[in-house]
Structure formats: structure tokens, C-alpha cells
Design a protein around this ligand. Structure first.
Ligand code: G3P
Ligand code: CA
Ligand code: CA
Ligand code: CA
Length: 289
């Protein structure tokens, strides 16, 4: 845009995309500047249309190399190897470290101050093929869904608060008794069955479609952060959940990394416990409202 477009963008003041939508009546998806409570100015993508809009992109979980097991780029688990002496891994779910940039969110991990700063009610999740350009995220997403139950205030107001209450730590609890909440979801693109069947066929007997689930443990007490699209009713959750702590004991180090054990029966094969290539090569975008 020209200079007046830029100046107009700086005229919006808000802590979230919801603030900007409500104050200025903005209805255009794209990049906006937000200001955190502590005064940090940052730029992120706002979805100003889905279900009335006001959704702030706060993070993306990108698996740059599923064959790299807790190696470089596995910021949502551990970049330090599969190590029981680092049970919490890199700790990015519960710290105020930020990384990446909004426009690059499908090319690498992204986390901005909104992740811990915005007090949210609901969450939206998009699975967008890696490297897709921002202007095409919405139309290219294989799946988009959101919660509508205003669950976040019960769990600390955002993911930062939720994972303080449900720590992601190897041996921090047991499957299934210590698993965190499963929240019903509403689909904007795709449907519950389609998303559930993106994971390995062997997982179907262990999941129930139509939910987003937080902090589960697997059979070996490894902690996983988010199970997108499913409630998990059994304990091989490393094949349907992503992110987590820093140690995954089973067949070490094969389940350690941002997309855990999604390649257990081969990369992108959709055989046994392996997910499809489509979801394996898509980035998970996390929004708050
Ligand atoms: O998570 C699956 C694992 O626990 C069992 O794998 O290859 O023996 O079916 P497999
Ligand atoms: Ca990896
Ligand atoms: Ca990553
Ligand atoms: Ca297992």
C-alpha cells in the first residue's frame, strides 16, 4: 500500500485483533500492529471475518524436519535431543520468548507477545500447507475450526496460562487420568471426520472426532501439548498430538519433535500409525479471540 495506508494502520490501537475490530469496524484480513500490556508493539495477522472476525494469530507450529528428532526447529518440544534430564524441553509453551514473524508463519515456527498477553475466550486453529503465502492461507487451509464455548477463562485465559496449569513435562502425570481438557469445535473449513482421518488409521480406535484437546500423556508418560480435532481415549497419543515436553521414551528418539510420532509407520504414508503427507506438511496456526 501507499503511505496513507501505512499511517492508517499505525492509527489503530489495540491489544488484540478483537479490540481493533470492535474499535474501528475493520473487516479486512491481514497484518495489523498490536500493543501488549507492557508496551511491546508487534505485527501479526488478524482474521477479521470468520464467525464475525477478531481472531489474533499468536503462534504457528511448523515441523521443518520430521526425521529430525528433537533437533533444530523443534521449538515446541526440544531442540536439545530426546533427553530425560530435560523433561520440559525448550519450555516455549510456558515462557515469554518470541520467535519468527507473521508473514513467515507457514515457513517456520512463530510466537508473538499475544500468545501470553491476550486474555482470550476462544481459540481457532488452521492447518495450512507449508510455505503457502499469507494472502492464500485462508483459501488454502486444509482445515479451519474454532471453539465457541468461551473455555479459556477457566484455564488461565490463553495457552500460556493453560500450560502453567497443565505443565508439559515428561513424567508430569499419567495417561489418561491426568490428561487436560477436550473442548468441542465448530468447523469453518473441512469437517471433524476429515481431520480425524488425516491421522494414521490405527489411531481411529483411540480418538473421538470434533474436539481440541490439551496436555495429554502417552503410555510412557511423555507430555503432548495439543491434539487437533480429536479427543484421545487411549495412550498412543504421540501419533495424533503435537508439541510437548522434552522426552519421549518409546523407541527413543523416534517420537521426539514438534509433530511427535506422526511418521511412526513411514513418513506421510497414512499406513498404521502414520499421518497423511498432507497434514504432516502443513503448519498449525493458532489464533485467540
Ligand atoms: O505407538 C505405537 C506403538 O506403541 C506400537 O507400535 O509398531 O508395535 O504397532 P507397533
Ligand atoms: Ca523435527
Ligand atoms: Ca518447529
Ligand atoms: Ca505408543
Amino acid at each position: 500500500g501507499d503511505l496513507s495506508d501505512l499511517l492508517e494502520k499505525f492509527n489503530y490501537v489495540g491489544q488484540s485483533c478483537k479490540d481493533i475490530k470492535e474499535r474501528y469496524g475493520v473487516k479486512t484480513d491481514g497484518l495489523y500492529y498490536l500493543q501488549s500490556k507492557t508496551g511491546i508493539i508487534y505485527e501479526t495477522y488478524c482474521d477479521m471475518t470468520t464467525d464475525g472476525g477478531g481472531w489474533t494469530l499468536v503462534a504457528s507450529v511448523h515441523e521443518n524436519n520430521l526425521r529430525g528428532k528433537c533437533t533444530v526447529g523443534d521449538r515446541w518440544t526440544s531442540q536439545q535431543g530426546n533427553m530425560d534430564v530435560v523433561p520440559e524441553g525448550d519450555g516455549n509453551w510456558v515462557n515469554k520468548v518470541t520467535f519468527g514473524n507473521a508473514e513467515g508463519a507457514t515457513g517456520d515456527d512463530f510466537k508473538n507477545p499475544g500468545y501470553y498477553d491476550i486474555q482470550a475466550q476462544d481459540m481457532s486453529v488452521w492447518h495450512v500447507p507449508n510455505q503457502v503465502l499469507m494472502e492464500n492461507w485462508k483459501t488454502s487451509a486444509i482445515v479451519r475450526y474454532h471453539t465457541n464455548s468461551k473455555f479459556f477463562p477457566l484455564y488461565g485465559g490463553n495457552l500460556y496460562g493453560l500450560f502453567q496449569r497443565f505443565p508439559l513435562k515428561y513424567k508430569g502425570g499419567l495417561c489418561k487420568i491426568d490428561n487436560g481438557p477436550s473442548i468441542p469445535i465448530v468447523f469453518d473449513v473441512g469437517d471433524a471426520k476429515y481431520l480425524r482421518e488425516m491421522y494414521g488409521p490405527n489411531t481411529y480406535a483411540e480418538t473421538e472426532p470434533g474436539y481440541v484437546t490439551f496436555r495429554v500423556f502417552n503410555n510412557e508418560q511423555a507430555a503432548l501439548a495439543i491434539c487437533s480435532g480429536v479427543k484421545v481415549n487411549a495412550c498412543n497419543s504421540e501419533h495424533v498430538c503435537f508439541g510437548g515436553g522434552g522426552f519421549f521414551p518409546e523407541a527413543s528418539p523416534r517420537q521426539c519433535g514438534d509433530f511427535a510420532g506422526w511418521d511412526w509407520d513411514g513418513y506421510g504414508t497414512h499406513i498404521g500409525w502414520s499421518a497423511t503427507k498432507t497434514i504432516t506438511e502443513s503448519t498449525v496456526l493458532l489464533f485467540y479471540r
